[in-house]
Every structure is written in structure tokens, then in C-alpha cells.
Design a protein around this ligand. Structure first.
Ligand code: PLP
Length: 282
């Protein structure tokens, strides 16, 4: 099994994680999950740009160029022989010894790791949708940074799982923000609503593609926040993420939603598949 380890592709066994790595001690780092179809990454540039943007927001200087990271990512995909799967890429602020909250000297080399896994599309769920639960958004106020400290997100996802739900839909004082690992949207009277990009949510790459799809289909999309009541009364609900794609939601707590072949979410899914085909082939 091959992995990215700083600026090289190495055998998994060669990687040694230092216990004083700030990613390990503080969750001080940022990451990306990038999907591949037919051995080709989907939206690679957008993901690499967001990795740099997240790093920039925490004053972490990535010691490699975007081209170098893309080359490593492509090389790993090839050497791992992944057709449809995910690349997990993370960069931490490196090793500072002894443990100290303050950022280390800029000369400390960040640690880059990456691993790719074959993960097929979940066509059953993409067809029928998933069950979700409502949870209070307990996370911090910089959710726009794709950081590796995900304790808030995983606690919320765990609450959802305890209720037999697959994703937690989060709200702050009745305003829906996003999911624990996805963006959330609703359709009401033919209009798509999603929370605007801000420090309350991650600016999803899939949300960007969704916007492109909606535009191509002539479906109005409003990046305007909506409430729990709006969610309850929505015609359709969906989550978007790199791994989920455009995932219909068939249940939120006890409220149910139908997913039909002529629904707007279904039309968006078909347009999303066309976007994949454009970049990665049929
Ligand atoms: N919001 C959160 C909290 C996430 O963790 C994710 C993805 O992991 C998203 C939104 C969706 O982002 P993307 O579409 O770029 O995968």
C-alpha cells in the first residue's frame, strides 16, 4: 500500500508519525477529501485551492507548490490503482518540541500525508435517500476552515448514528447551517435554498458544482439561510459532499420526504453525473 509522505510516495510501513507532531497533539492541520472516478480526480483544482485557502487561514505555509501536490496526488492514484475512490490528504504544522501552543518557527516543516482508497458509489442510497436527524450545531465559529480537529463534527455524527440516522443536520438557534460532514439544501416551490458561505459552514466544492448544475438546468438557487420550520415544510431535502455527491434525504427526525424520478434533486443528480463524465469520462 502506497501513501504520500511529505514530497514522496512511499510504502505505508515507512511512515513514522512523531508523537510531537502538532496534528497529533493539537489537531493543528488542514485536509481535503478528493473523489476520483475512472482513475481521474474530480474537481482536483478546486480541492487543492481550498487546501491552500484553509492553510492560509491558519497561517500554515505549505512548502510545496500546488503543481507538486497535484503531481503527488496523481502519482498516488496511479500507483494505488484506484478507479472510483477517495484521496484523503492532510497537512499539519509539523513537529514542535516540547509541546507548546504557540505556532513554531516557520522553519519547522509541515507534515503532509495522503492515502487513497477504492470506494464505490452508493447507488442504492443515491436512489432512495438517507435518514438524518436534527442536532444543535455545537461547533466553533470558523467552520469555513477544513481543519483536522473534527471532534465537534464527530460527536454530532455519533448522536445521529445513535438515532439510526446517517447524517446530522445542524442548526444554530433554529437556522440550518450544514451537516456534520456535508452541506444541506432544501427545495421549496421550485427554488433551491442553501446556507450562504460564511464562517458557519464549509464552502463545499460539491455545493459549487450543484450551483453549476442548477444554473444549467434553469433551476433558481438562492444562497439564503433557512430555518428548521422551512426544513420541515420543504418539498425536498438533500445533502452534498464529495463522497455523498447530491444525496437525497428521505427523513429528518420524524418528518419524511419523497424522492421521485421527476424531483428536482433527481434532475440535479443527473446533471452532476454529467459533470463527472465531462471531467472523468463515462
Ligand atoms: N461541510 C462539512 C462540515 C464537511 O465536512 C464537508 C465535507 O466533508 C462538506 C460540508 C462538503 O464539502 P465538499 O462538498 O467540498 O466535500
Amino acid at each position: 500500500m502506497k501513501v504520500i509522505w511529505n514530497n514522496k510516495i512511499v510504502d505505508h510501513e515507512e511512515v513514522v508519525i512523531n508523537p510531537e507532531d502538532r496534528g497529533y497533539q493539537f489537531g493543528d492541520g488542514v485536509y481535503e477529501v478528493i473523489r476520483a472516478y475512472n482513475h481521474i480526480y474530480f474537481c482536483l483544482d478546486e480541492h487543492i485551492n481550498r487546501l491552500y485557502s484553509s492553510a492560509n487561514k491558519i497561517e500554515l505555509t505549505i512548502p510545496y507548490s500546488k503543481e507538486e501536490i497535484k503531481t503527488l496526488a496523481n502519482q498516488l492514484l496511479k500507483e494505488s490503482n484506484i478507479s472510483t475512490g477517495d484521496l484523503y490528504l492532510q497537512i499539519t504544522r509539523g513537529i514542535s518540541s516540547p509541546r507548546n501552543h504557540t505556532y513554531p518557527d516557520v522553519a519547522v516543516l509541515p507534515s503532509l500525508t495522503g492515502k487513497a482508497n477504492e470506494i464505490i458509489r452508493n447507488t442504492e442510497k443515491l436512489t432512495n435517500g438517507i435518514k438524518t436527524s436534527i442536532e444543535e450545531d455545537i461547533r466553533w465559529l470558523r467552520c469555513d476552515i477544513k481543519m483536522i480537529s473534527l471532534l465537534g463534527n464527530i460527536m454530532l455524527k455519533h448522536e445521529a448514528h445513535k438515532k439510526g440516522a446517517e447524517e446530522a443536520i445542524l442548526h444554530r438557534e433554529g437556522i440550518i447551517t450544514e451537516g456534520s460532514s456535508s452541506n444541506v439544501g432544501i427545495v421549496k416551490d421550485g427554488v433551491i435554498y442553501t446556507h450562504p458561505d460564511s464562517h458557519f459552514i464549509l464552502p463545499g466544492i460539491t455545493k459549487l458544482v450543484l450551483k453549476r448544475c442548477a444554473h444549467a438546468l434553469g433551476i433558481p438557487m438562492s444562497e439564503e439561510s433557512f430555518t428548521l420550520d422551512d426544513l420541515k415544510e420543504a418539498d425536498e431535502v438533500f445533502c452534498t459532499s464529495t463522497t455523498l455527491e447530491i444525496m437525497p434525504v428521505n427523513q429528518v427526525d420524524n418528518w419524511t420526504y419523497s424522492v421521485t424520478d421527476d424531483s428536482i434533486v433527481r434532475r440535479l443528480q443527473r446533471a452532476y453525473e454529467k459533470e463527472i463524465e465531462k471531467q472523468c469520462g463515462p
